[in-house]
Write a protein that binds this ligand. Structure first.
Ligand code: CA
Length: 166
């Protein structure tokens, strides 16, 4: 298993949709973990620290909106809501609670993957703004120190080169 893959948590009780989304994302080279209830979703969000959560709102043990609220108390992980609820007020509520995006069912796979990419990009940009590190194989970017190391040794870059890479 490549541990540098983005890890995506799907919280969805409909097993057909869940395995469909999982297949689509794995084909795009993401690592996917799944949960079928709010409770399990919260546990897995805490223990597996995903890079993105794809969330259904109608879950057997509660409303996905509650999960958004609970996750947001401790984490800025991007949350993409995937719901059959098409009312504008449902979307507004989810976004106000801290969801990053909202996709209504039925959805196109290309659109879903594109929105996943955007959400992951926004996470990377916020990591860039607030500090932190980015790791890809032997390459590490330290956003606080603005340094780049490969296999532990620092690479000398101009500011422009650094910005392009970051
Ligand atoms: Ca559901």
């Amino acid at each position: 298993m490549n541990s540098n893959k983005y890890r995506i948590l799907i919280v969805e009780d409909d097993s057909n949709i869940c395995s469909f989304v999982k297949t689509v994302l794995e084909a795009s080279d993401y690592q996917v973990i799944t949960a079928g209830t709010c409770q399990q979703g919260l546990m897995m969000a805490a223990s597996h620290v995903p890079d993105l959560i794809i969330l259904d709102l109608g879950l057997p043990d509660g409303d996905g909106l509650e999960l958004i609220t609970a996750v947001r108390k401790s984490s800025g992980v991007p949350i993409l809501v995937l719901s059959a609820r098409t009312m504008e007020q449902d979307k507004v509520k989810a976004l106000d609670l801290g969801a990053n995006d909202y996709v209504t069912k039925p959805f196109g796979t290309a659109e879903l993957v594109a929105r996943v990419r955007v959400a992951l990009r926004s996470r990377r940009n916020s990591a860039n703004a607030s500090g932190g590190k980015y790791q890809l194989d032997d390459l590490q970017i330290d956003y606080d120190r603005r340094t780049v190391t490969v296999s532990g040794s620092e690479v000398k870059l101009t500011q422009t080169e650094y910005n392009i890479l970051a």
